[in-house]
Ligand binder design. Sequence first.
Ligand code: AMP
Ligand code: ZN
Length: 136
Amino acid sequence: MGECIFCEIVEDQAPARRLIEDERTLAFLDINPATTGHALVVPKAHADDLLDIPVEDLTAVTVTAQRLARASMTALEADGVNLLQATRAAAFQTVFHMHVHVIPRYAEDGIRLPWIPTPGDPERIDETADRLRAAL
Ligand code: AMP
Ligand code: ZN
C-alpha cells in the first residue's frame, strides 16, 4: 500500500505521542491540534477509511475513543468532546488510514460548526430517506 504514516506510527517506525494501545487500536496526539488534547484513534490493521474497516476494528476504535473522551473530561477538564471521522478527500480526509479524531471541547474554544443549520425542503428530505432506505 506504499507509505502510510499511520502504519509507520503503529509499527513504531515514526514518532508519535502515544497515549494508549490495545490489541486492535492505537491512540496518539495530533500534531496539529484543534484544541488541547486533540487525539487520533487508529486501527492497527490498515484500512483506508470508514467504508472498508472491518466491524471488529471499528468497534474497537470506538471503544478507545470513548476512553479518551472520558480521560479528556477528567485529566484536561474538558467541557465536552467531538468525535470526527473523515472519509475521502471531499470530507476533509488527508491521511488515508482510517482514524477518528477525539477533540476535547472547552467552553470558549472558538470552534464552530462547519455548516449553518437551515431547515431543508421536506419533500427533498423524504425523497432522500427513500433513496437511502433502498440501499440499506
Ligand atoms: P484527516 O484530515 O481527518 O485525514 O486528519 C488527519 C490528521 O492527521 C490531521 O489532523 C493531521 O494533523 C494529523 N497528522 C498527520 N500526520 C501526523 C503525525 N505524523 N502525527 C500525528 N498526527 C498527524
Ligand atoms: Zn496505514
